[in-house]
Design a protein around this ligand. Sequence first.
Ligand SMILES: *Cc1c(COP(=O)(O)O)cnc(C)c1O
Length: 488
Amino acid sequence: MTYLSTRDAAHKATAAQAIVTGLAPDGGLYVPQSVPSLDIKGMQGQSYQQVAFNTLSALLEGFDENALKEAIDLSYGANFNHKVGALVSLSQDLHSLELWHGPTAAFKDYALQLMPRLLVQAKEVTGNTQQTLILVATSGDTGKAALEGFKDVKGTGICVFYPNQGISKVQRLQMDTQEGQNVAVYAIEGNFDDAQQGVKEAFSNEAMARALAEKNTALSSANSINWGRLAPQIVYYITSYLKLCDAERISYGDPVDFCVPTGNFGDILAGYYAKQMGLPVGTLICASNKNNVLTEFFETGLYDVRREFYKTSSPSMDILISSNLERLLFHASGNDADRVKSWMSELAEDSCYQIDDATLSAIQKDFAAAWTSEAEVATTIKDTMAQYNYLCDPHTAVALHAAQHVKRDEKRPVVVLSTADPYKFSGKVLESLEETVPTDEFEALDKLHDVSGLPIPDSIRLLQAKEVRFTTTIPSSDIQKVVQNLEV
Ligand SMILES: *Cc1c(COP(=O)(O)O)cnc(C)c1O
């Protein structure tokens, strides 16, 4: 199966090349030329790992089947507390796909537990013998998920930079106590933009690239536009649908809607690919927070970032440019790379673009969109507890509210993707439940435990007792120096 660049359909790559390089040379994203169809009905009764293997082997031609199987088994076993793909039914037609039982308590573990192993295999397939050094600038969650995914993965090293302002105590401890022989963590003086700017400069520093090449090392990123991060997310759409069949809530073939709290558009796009592969998906509902650029886009076809940026209680969705949307534009325009390229340059130059009517109506066949205000996040957390005795985090609340208010066929079951453990956001959750919030984050965890009775995940509960390994804060201008001298 061949992959193309969204900005140049003549540029072709294998799955392994797409994963090793991440981005096409013209700045486009890699997409499958044609999406393979799967015998999903025949997968009924299979384990998560079997469904993952059947799905991913269709998408990753050229990979060794035994190695792929082993990577999948290691990625989705005990490290997910054996709750991989857990689906909780709130009512007959409203279901929560809990994607946060992995090692860092957020859904990014699904991609980042497997992607490093896919990268190792992709390097073998392409004959690449370089050491891969992953650089990450993080506002919190991605950094920890990437550290857990890459720790002790052979042929790789990872260095994470987080801002010393604006990150929670739990998030900081999660990273500062990171285990593994090939990991490094630094705090940067400043905010997230300072950290990101420093890492961007490291990526574009040619002298440094040459110096690293002499040590047989190349820089790479674990960014969510890498096909190796997107593909693993297709699997849980399929398994959750099959679970609804198993539970006899639907018969195979009945359409099910999925509602997805969206930031960079990777998670929801995986649902689109699941549908292309044959899954009976009804509407994919794109749920946004107050940064609602995508809601406007799905309604009008205008993508317009000339607007205020808000910091909300669902920080992983505080994004104005959703990179993976470019992949949808490519497919919905009939693989028209020239048009995608011109929209992307309009976005870069004018901060907006308007798609044509034909592409918009193609998109509206599969997608609907809604956004949730901060006040509605709070009432949704409270009401969901009162009505269903179910505790949800602010990201999940954004989607639960959207699912219950967007215009859709209400007779259809809807699966809401629940992307973070509520304990990752104890303060906001307690406040929404109209409880007082202790200033100490660990006291807040205990309080939320008292209120909800839910177990605190070990990955958070045991943090206070873990050895702190990383304590260095540097100015962002030192990032390049640090990278050049890393011994990971
Ligand atoms: C990253 C993230 C999202 C958004 O997912 P995208 O693939 O970027 O759309 C939603 N919720 C949580 C908790 C996340 O970490």
